[in-house]
Design a protein around this ligand. Structure first.
Ligand code: FSO
Ligand code: SF4
Length: 542
């Protein structure tokens, strides 16, 4: 196997024996083949569009779901992935049969592979099949960005919102990663185009979320527990959460959020559920310690599964793109009501969660809420009470060196505000960093996709202060990344013209020296150093 798509890849270069995440070589091979089959399907869809024919929502959804399945920590279930490969090849062949001309299609769109040969064939189409390291680097950078974009599209699709342009772009770009005639410059241009589509994808999801659930607002979330049995919902899918809340109403079972699901509490819609009890635990990587004392079932709606301990494996359920062998999976198509009765029945027989923390956290600072506070914020900046904003969005992870982010947050000057989104917030959202004139020093916009809000806030500040360049704001970026959704957020920020982003705890292994050089020279991308040194870089004036 060879996989280097996430931040914790072995030795900062690539997982070759087994994934640090727990992904085994046979699952890695099936994920590679699923990506390849999806690229073939996309090439067929591209040709269909070129012939002026319509591409079905079924095909669009198949592409986004397949990519989502291959995101780090989303799906470890080989059998489920094999099923998706078979279905993808079948759909590819059926659609190809409707083309007038299929002579120009790449091999991925035509090759026939028997199921018994999947693993052998997968060895020939993995990441290392592209020999030139710069072309490989750019192809993978684009593919990983598209995986993140696909995940965000899928969440919008679950709310019955689609953007045909975003789907068409994903398929066009996937097809281009198969094209040997493209140069490094062509692929650099495609990388920036991917960032543009990332902005559109996040805008789509933002509008799907806010039109369905309202605009996030300042909310205090309980992190303790109640006395009833509970179900813990993890991942990012708000529609799954909504269905589960509907079905648990009046059953005596409470529902808690975990990790990236915390921001659900910020939406007005979810406040009507009396049994929506609070948030339990911390970022995804602590689940081995925290799922055991939760005592009840846990529903993983998306990525960030840590291979479970036997002590709670029978309480771990998956749905959507997520999967783990031996854990029960709840199916359901877009627009259908999923049947959560079995998980609810299991919850009823479980003890209430054991309390591991008490207190509250505050969040809900997405774009509309911050715009509502704009006068106060502008006043605080003008008076000098707020001197700088630091965007510390992104992901948390299990590596010790990520303690840097806690120490960085603690070391910040007291007149600096943290703007955050994603599970990176768990490194400092319980530190009690205080407020500046009533404005909390940690403003949490929501999930990683809500980094879109942070971009809108930056653009609004630029407008209010009459600046011609977003880089002239008193705003710095110190972003933590882990998996591929962070890649699309990064590409989106680059497309919006944001410069000098610091990215850590390590730079992506999939950036070749030359591609890294392009990012450094054109965008000022940098890594992180020690907290002390970085304070001097971020706050040269103090
Ligand atoms: Fe964190 Fe996981 Fe949201 Fe990622 S929960 S690491 S960037 O999936 O998606 O922020
Ligand atoms: Fe390794 Fe990350 Fe790939 Fe898992 S997803 S195999 S940890 S690079």
């Amino acid at each position: 196997m060879f996989c280097y798509q996430c931040q914790e890849t072995a030795n900062c270069s690539g997982c070759t024996v087994s994934g640090v995440c727990g992904k085994k070589p046979d699952v890695a091979a099936m994920q590679d083949l699923l990506v390849y089959a999806t690229k073939g399907l996309s090439a067929v869809a591209e040709e269909l569009r070129a012939e002026g024919k319509e591409v079905s929502p079924e095909l669009n959804h198949r592409v986004t779901m397949n990519l989502f399945i291959t995101i780090t920590n989303a799906n470890f279930d080989k059998d489920a992935i094999v099923e998706n490969i078979k279905e993808t090849f079948a759909l590819r062949d059926a659609v190809r049969a409707t083309l007038s001309d299929s002579a120009k299609l790449p091999k991925a769109a035509t090759v026939e592979v028997a199921e018994k040969d999947y693993e052998i064939f997968a060895q020939s189409i993995g990441v290392l099949a592209t020999e030139n390291e710069d072309i490989r680097s750019l192809r993978e950078l684009i593919t990983y960005g598209l995986k993140g974009l696909a995940a965000y599209s899928k969440h919008a699709n679950a709310l019955l919102k689609d953007d045909a342009n975003v789907d068409a772009f994903i398929q066009k770009a996937l097809t281009k990663t198969l094209d040997d005639s493209l140069s490094v410059d062509d692929l650099v241009a495609l990388t920036l185009e991917t960032g543009k589509a990332g902005v559109e994808g996040m805008a789509l999801l933002d509008s799907a979320n806010t039109s369905t659930y309202g605009n996030p607002e300042i909310t205090t979330v309980n992190i303790g527990v109640r006395n009833n049995p509970g179900i813990l919902v993890s991942g990012h899918d708000l529609r799954d959460l909504e269905m589960l809340l509907d079905q648990t109403e009046g059953t005596g079972v409470d529902v808690y959020t975990h990790s990236e699901m915390l921001p659900a509490h910020y939406y007005p819609f979810f406040k009507k559920y009396k049994h929506f009890a609070g948030n339990y635990g911390n970022a995804w990587w602590k689940q081995k310690e925290e799922f055991e004392p939760f005592n009840g079932p846990i529903l993983m709606t998306t990525n960030c599964i840590v291979p479970p301990k036997d002590s709670y494996k029978d309480r771990l359920w998956t749905t959507g793109a997520a999967g783990f062998p031996g854990c029960k999976h709840i199916g359901g198509k877009y627009g259908e009501i999923k049947d959560f009765s079995a998980i609810i029945e299991q919850a009823k027989s479980c003890p209430a969660p054991t309390e591991i923390e008490t207190g509250t956290i505050v969040g809900g600072f997405a774009h509309e809420q911050v715009f509502a506070l704009a006068d106060k914020v502008v006043e605080a900046v003008k008076s000098g009470a707020i001197k700088k904003f630091v965007v510390m969005a992104g992901c948390d992870g299990r590596q010790k060196k990520r303690d840097y982010y806690t120490e960085f947050a603690k070391a910040l000057p007291k007149d600096a505000i943290i703007l955050t989104a994603g599970c990176a917030k768990y490194k400092y959202n319980k530190l009690d960093l205080g407020d500046i004139g009533g404005i909390p020093r940690v403003l949490d916009a929501g999930q990683c996709n809500d980094s879109y809000s942070l971009a809108l806030i930056a653009l609004k500040l630029k407008e209010v202060f009459g600046l011609d360049d977003v880089n002239k704001l008193p705003l710095a970026y110190n972003i933590a990344w882990y998996e591929q959704k962070a890649v699309i957020v990064l590409l989106a920020l680059l497309y919006l013209g944001v410069k000098n982003i610091h990215l850590g705890p390590t730079l992506p292994a999939f950036l070749s020296p030359n591609v890294a050089k392009v990012l450094v020279e054109n965008f000022g991308i940098a890594g992180i150093g020690t907290v002390e040194d970085d304070m001097k870089i971020f706050f040269p004036e103090t």
